[in-house]
Design a protein around this ligand. Structure first.
Ligand code: EPZ
Length: 435
């Protein structure tokens, strides 16, 4: 398994181009199942989860082409799908495979998708996805670890999500667009990835109102056609690099990002003393200038659904809090087990008290490099940030976690001054090797 080796203590200075959002690209790729026409998607990040989704669609006999290397755009065509199934072997590596359930049953009347199972951060059931599909008239059987959904044709209905779910909202939205009649979805997730998905669906001919608000109204249509769409920038990658500039006392310009998607994150980090300013370029693109020169001060944090502070930025914030002056109280409210990075940061010298889903971080604590292990995608990002500021060398194991959601992160970090390299075991540089 690949590792990262980081020599900490360097300021990051320069420009980082933010990639397209993995969590916008995944539902967009699944939505291509809704039409027999080609769907072209741009600004797709080259990350492991995208490759997995491409494999899954190819397994279903879709045409999946990426005209460029490394792939930043995909053409997906589900002319016919002879295999409306998402097998466990693929689903267990990426739970977002469940996003194929809605479009498959909506277009083909049948889907068989492996239950995703839990992951490091929690049980992550899909009971709400299933409840909503049943309300739209699907017959659901769950056995042998698979969800089987059948429907002659889904019927529009009103469904209120008992709990806000991002992929649940996306799954049902992509089912409702082909249902007979009107569907009203209430208590929907508001994350920017949902209006982005609705924008693609509208280009394909869907009739949707209210995406990005708690109530989404869909008028079902008989069929959808092909479209072209560029997905939104990755707000979590942008947030991660904002923290990277702050924690190393550096100065970064983030380009191709969308500051409007980062409101709560920018506000919270500004309250910690991070200097963050919007920059607008001649071509109309927006960027963020981040300076970490000032004193970092502690701040309390509670993760919330959008537009609150994203749970996917909690580990990164914790890394920063170890360097801030004072006591930060961090509360995780979305997932039941998303503090695994804390114990690794403690091994690096952080002063963190964990109590269930809460952490009390007292800083600043000088961190010293250590061998640490990544447990999940965003925990690994938190450990990279800690390694950037730790003295000596930090070795992070199991970086396949970070490869799931960050495009070439070590290259982007090296390009702005970080001393980080990827080590593929068996290729460990010898003492005399140039490293
Ligand atoms: C999406 O996961 C994201 N993944 C996650 O990002 C993100 O952390 C999460 O939303 C919250 O923002 C993608 O978009 C691919 P949820 P999702 O359904 O949709 C419970 C990353 O790092 N729940 O909003 O799976 C669930 O257990 C990943 O990129 C049910 O109980 O999250 C959780 O406690 C990690 N039943 C809460 O709701 C259900 O049927 C929110 O989960 C569905 C969810």
């Amino acid at each position: 398994m690949d590792q990262f080796k980081i020599s900490g203590g360097r300021k990051l200075e320069g420009t980082v181009r933010i990639s397209g959002a993995k969590n916008a690209a995944l539902p967009a790729m699944a939505a291509a199942l809704l039409t027999a026409d080609p769907v072209r998607l741009e600004n797709i990040p080259h990350v492991r989860d995208i490759i997995t989704m491409a494999k899954l669609l190819a397994h279903m006999r879709c045409r999946v082409e990426s005209p460029d290397i490394p792939p930043s755009s995909f053409v997906i065509q589900a002319q016919t799908v002879s295999h409306a199934e998402a097998p466990y072997e693929l689903v267990k590596t990426m739970r977002a495979s469940v996003l194929t359930l809605g479009p498959l049953v909506a277009r083909f009347g049948y889907a068989r998708v492996s239950l995703p199972g839990g992951c490091a951060i929690g049980a992550r059931p899909i009971d709400l996805h299933i409840q909503a599909l049943e309300k739209l008239g699907a017959t659901i059987h769950v056995d042998h670890g698979y969800v089987e959904a059948r429907a002659k044709r889904l019927r529009g209905a009103t469904f209120r999500f008992p709990k806000i779910t991002v992929t649940g909202t996306e799954n049902i939205l992509t089912a409702a667009v082909l249902a007979q009649g009107e569907t009203i979805l209430e208590n929907c997730a508001l994350e920017p990835e949902i209006p982005d998905l609705a924008a693609l669906l509208a280009k394909m001919g869907a009739k949707i109102e209210g995406a990005g608000t708690p109530t989404i109204r869909v008028e079902g249509v008989e069929q959808l056609h092909g479209a072209e769409h560029a997905v939104i920038p990755d707000r979590i990658e942008a947030g991660t690099f904002i923290v990277a500039a702050a924690i190393t006392r550096g100065n970064l310009l983030l380009t191709h990002c969308e500051p409007r998607h980062l409101g709560a994150i920018i506000d919270k980090l500004k309250s910690c003393g991070v200097d963050i300013r919007c920059e607008h370029f001649s071509d109309g693109a927006a960027g963020l200038r981040v300076r970490g020169s000032g004193k970092l001060v502690a701040a309390d944090l509670t993760t919330e659904e959008y537009p609150g502070f994203a749970t996917d930025m909690q580990a990164q914030f914790m890394a920063l809090a170890t360097q801030a002056d004072g006591v930060s109280h961090i509360r995780e409210t979305i997932f039941e087990n998303r503090m695994l990075h804390a114990s690794e940061m403690i091994r690096m010298g952080a002063n963190i008290l964990i109590d269930g889903n809460s952490a009390i971080v007292t800083g600043p604590s000088p961190l010293s490099g250590a061998p640490v292990t990544a447990s999940d995608l965003r925990a690994s990002a938190g450990l990279v940030l800690a390694g950037l500021v730790a003295s000596n060398t930090t070795t992070i194991d199991r970086v396949y976690h970070i490869d799931r959601g960050y495009e070439r992160i070590e290259e982007k970090l090296r390009a702005v001054g970080a001393c980080i390299e990827r080590i593929s075991p068996g290729l460990e540089p010898n003492a005399g090797d140039e490293v």
